[in-house]
Design a protein around this ligand. Structure first.
Ligand SMILES: C[S@@+](CC[C@H](N)C(=O)[O-])C[C@H]1O[C@@H](n2cnc3c(N)ncnc32)[C@H](O)[C@@H]1O
Length: 346
């Protein structure tokens, strides 16, 4: 008996859709205490026992799985095909009559939630979270463990912060903790938050020495409610985060609250010029909040900062220093139209 359903995923080409799907499949199975080893010889296991295996593995095109339960073997196939600017995923499964227990479970618990989340809006939200708004999974760990395209921004931020060993720095939305790592080289102390469990774990790995030395703490927390006392930090930073923040004045008030008088806040954001480019592609671009320079100043003043200004630094030298290829330097890091550096004082 064969059954099939299909779902269209807009704005995501088949190869990316396939990778995303494999990531999600691993995560969903993990929730049910199963392990999925991807690849042409991949298997699904639970406590070491094999429940299924990969029959066909064609990245970007198809994955077929064999699923076994009580001597009943079923087959499930996911096919990915280009559909306009997106992908049509076709899920079909074959099972012997009256034997839908484990395959039915698989289809209901794993495949269906994925497929039903694949409506334009849900899928866009899910992908935005996974990639940037609340990153998780192996791909996100790789990206934020070595955030190549953010490194020019980090240089500009550190230049503006001018840290010394007497500073106590707060970072909001630390991702994989690379900026923290660079900042700590000044000899300062630091604390950071991120609301992604995966990013907090990664940032802790990246900064294990500073954590062990008691110079750093990293907490899983939301930017709108910082788990720190009033007036303790000499400076604060946030980069690539405020585009995701639903209440920017509220979040800035939190930064303001935790800063000492005279404390400085440096915040890096991308301008609308990058909206929809490879630096901020769909479906993420339309889910981000974008601000004009004057609007950022206004937010900071509303949040209580005594003074605020926005600079638009030229990043091409920093981008070369970070080892980015010349075409990327020219396209995204030359001129000052792409970035905003808010510098606010309490
Ligand atoms: C695009 S990543 C940037 C990470 C890092 N700052 C960098 O530049 O590489 C955005 C980060 O902000 C975090 N984030 C977004 N909204 C947040 C919130 N409301 N509270 C705490 N962290 C948040 C995400 O989990 C993610 O790690």
């Amino acid at each position: 008996m064969a059954t099939s359903i299909s779902v269209d995923v807009p704005e995501l080409e088949p190869s990316k859709c396939f990778d995303t799907f494999i990531d999600q499949l691993s995560k969903d199975l993990e929730k049910s205490k199963m392990k999925f080893d991807a690849g042409s010889t991949g298997r699904m296991t639970q406590d070491g026992a094999e429940l299924g295996r990969v029959l066909s593995w064609q990245p970007g095109k198809e994955i077929a799985l064999e699923w076994r339960n009580d001597d009943v073997t079923s087959k499930i196939i996911f096919a990915f095909e280009q559909q306009g600017d997106g992908t049509r995923i076709n899920l079909s499964w074959e099972r012997p009559m009256d034997s839908d227990s484990s395959l039915g479970w698989f289809a209901e618990q794993v495949a269906s939630p994925f497929l039903s989340s694949a409506t334009a809006k849900n899928f866009g939200d899910w992908l935005t979270d996974r990639k940037a708004r609340k990153p998780w999974g192996p791909e996100a760990r790789k990206t934020y463990g070595d955030p190549m395209y953010h490194k020019p921004n980090f240089y500009a931020i550190l230049n503006a912060l001018a840290l010394t060993k007497d500073d106590y720095l707060l970072e909001v939305g630390c991702g994989g903790g690379v900026l923290l790592n660079w900042a700590l080289k000044s000899g300062c102390r630091a604390a950071a938050v991120d609301h992604s469990q995966d990013m907090v774990a990664l940032a802790k790995e990246t900064n294990a020495d500073a954590l062990n030395a008691g110079r750093l703490e990293i907490k899983e927390a939301d930017a709108h409610s910082l788990p720190f006392s009033d007036s303790i930090f000499t400076c604060a930073v946030s980069t690539g985060v405020f585009g995701f923040i639903s209440n920017p004045v509220g979040a800035m008030r939190e930064v303001h609250r935790t800063l000492k008088d005279g404390g400085r806040f440096v915040m890096f954001t991308a301008t609308k010029a990058l909206k929809g480019t490879l630096a901020a592609p769909e479906p993420m671009a339309t889910r981000l909040f974008w601000y004009e320079d004057e609007e950022l100043v206004e937010l900071a003043v509303k949040a209580g900062f005594k003074s605020a200004r926005v600079e638009n630094p030229e990043l091409s030298d920093y981008a070369r220093q970070a080892g980015l290829p010349e075409d990327v330097v020219k396209e995204y890091f030359t001129g000052s139209k792409n970035n905003q550096l808010l510098i606010a004082l309490k």
